[in-house]
Ligand binder design. Structure first.
Ligand code: 2M8
Length: 440
């Protein structure tokens, strides 16, 4: 039929745009998130990007993850940025000279950052494998497995600052949702000297509108927190006594739990024992519910370890524990209520994907980065959780709104949550990668 022809034509055109975006951002053994804003390799970007490559060129999915894990530190941490040595130091701020990791014991020869990002890699590796299983893919999965296990071990030991079985993030950059309102309270307590404000030049606002990015004050605090961590060689001992930012994030910990579930599948596939992974997945899920779920708001919040309190913002982070396959029914139902409310607008028929922050909040900012705009990766994760918990109609509604967004605006980094206008980088890798997954 003509209508079906059009739909097929639209789909082919969209696949072509996504493919061109990923091809344009491919760099020898990894994919940059964006040629202008982010000219190196980013940790959780690579995980989402691998899912896209699995549909086009599976060997690149494994090269992507392998190059990232080649930069894993001896303690198991997977750095959030792996710097490309041929790119000038001032192409991105903060660049390799600022992080100064190569003189730190236990780090790779390649310059990296000293922070981590949400551990979505095991989930992505398993998803990519299932999209394109083959013998070489199984072999690559087998080689990644011990590295994924070491990543989990780092997070559940060195980073369990609260002692309750969850990992703490030590910087907003570790959340991936850098300037989310979830960090406003803990960040406000970080001391910054006025001098810090002028001691460096931001590069992001050369490529993107300042009104769509974090503020200068945010950056001053980001720099102050890295400076504190760097001063001790990025060591994690006694963090509770000295580090200015320590937070348990719902998404980070949900990813850590979902990683154990994915590792159980991977272990079975490669002939290892899935049992310990299942046990750890269950323990993390229980800890997440006990520590970060607030029955009075009916959603998950971040916990500030310095005050012991849950932070009040109701951001999209609160919906992401849905990716945990064993999340109890009470919390699944509560997330569905929160997601379906005017705060987020999830429905079987919806015009726009979920925003990054509660639409009804006074500090909702539709243009500013993680304080309102819609992002493809978070929506992909929530959709994944909806499917895992048996809500195919809601997942289909969300998926259709995501495809529509990219079809209209292109593969942008983020999108205006009302108009759907593209924001940030116009050729952004994870948007393209996850679009390919939705179209498959
Ligand atoms: C953004 O974060 C970097 C710092 O890591 C930045 O703003 O310079 C975030 O959106 C983060 O989630 C993402 O991984 C990164 C690269 O796309 O950009």
């Amino acid at each position: 039929t003509p209508a079906a022809d059009t739909a097929a034509g639209d789909r082919a055109a969209l696949v072509a745009v996504a493919r061109a975006t990923l091809d344009g951002n491919w760099e020898h053994d990894h994919t940059v998130p964006s040629r202008t804003l982010y000219p190196h390799q980013w940790s959780w970007d690579s995980a989402f990007i691998a899912i896209g490559w699995a549909h086009l060129r599976p060997e690149r999915a494994w090269a992507e993850l392998t190059s990232l894990f080649d930069a894993q530190w001896r303690d198991g941490r997977v750095p959030h940025i792996v710097f490309n040595p041929v790119v000038a130091d001032d192409a991105y701020f903060p660049g390799p000279a600022f992080w100064a990791t190569t003189s730190v014991p236990g780090t790779p020869r390649t310059a990296t950052s000293g922070l981590v990002q949400p551990p979505v890699h095991a989930l992505a590796a398993w998803h990519a494998y299932r999209r394109a299983p083959s013998e070489p893919a199984r072999a690559a999965l087998g080689r990644l497995y011990p590295r994924l296990v070491a990543q989990q071990h780092y997070l559940s030991s060195h980073r369990d600052v609260g002692g309750a079985g969850l990992a703490s993030i030590v910087h907003p950059w570790e959340s991936g949702l850098d300037n989310s309102p979830a960090w406003d309270e803990p960040l406000a307590a970080v001391p910054t000297e006025a001098a810090v404000l002028r001691a460096y030049r931001r590069r992001d606002i050369v490529h993107a509108a300042a009104a769509h990015r974090p503020t200068d004050l945010d950056y001053a605090r980001y720099v102050a927190i890295v400076t504190a961590y760097r001063a001790t060689g990025y060591r994690d001992e006694q963090l509770a006594d000295r580090h200015p930012f320590l937070v348990e994030c719902p998404l980070f910990n949900a990813a850590m739990g979902a990683a154990e579930s994915a590792l159980a599948h991977i272990a079975r596939e490669i002939g290892a024992d899935p049992g310990p992974h299942r046990q750890r997945a269950a323990a993390i899920t229980t800890a997440l519910v006990n520590r970060l779920y607030d029955p009075t708001t009916g959603t998950f919040h971040a916990r500030d370890l310095r005050t012991g309190r849950l932070t009040p913002a109701r951001t999209v982070l609160g919906l992401t524990p849905l990716i945990l396959p064993d999340l109890p029914t009470t919390q699944v139902e509560a997330i569905l209520v929160e997601a379906g409310s005017p705060r987020f607008g999830l429905a079987a028929r919806m015009t726009r994907p979920l925003p990054s922050h509660d639409r009804t909040a006074v500090d909702f900012e539709p243009l500013r980065y993680w304080r309102g705009p819609s992002w493809m990766n978070i929506n992909w994760l929530v959709r994944y959780g909806l499917l895992a918990h048996g809500h195919p109609r809601l997942a289909a509604g969300l998926g259709a709104s995501m495809i529509e967004l990219a079809a209209t605006a292109g593969c942008h980094e983020y999108f205006h949550p009302d108009t759907g206008a593209g924001l940030g980088s116009p050729a952004f890798s994870w948007t393209a990668a996850l679009l390919l997954d939705l179209l498959a």
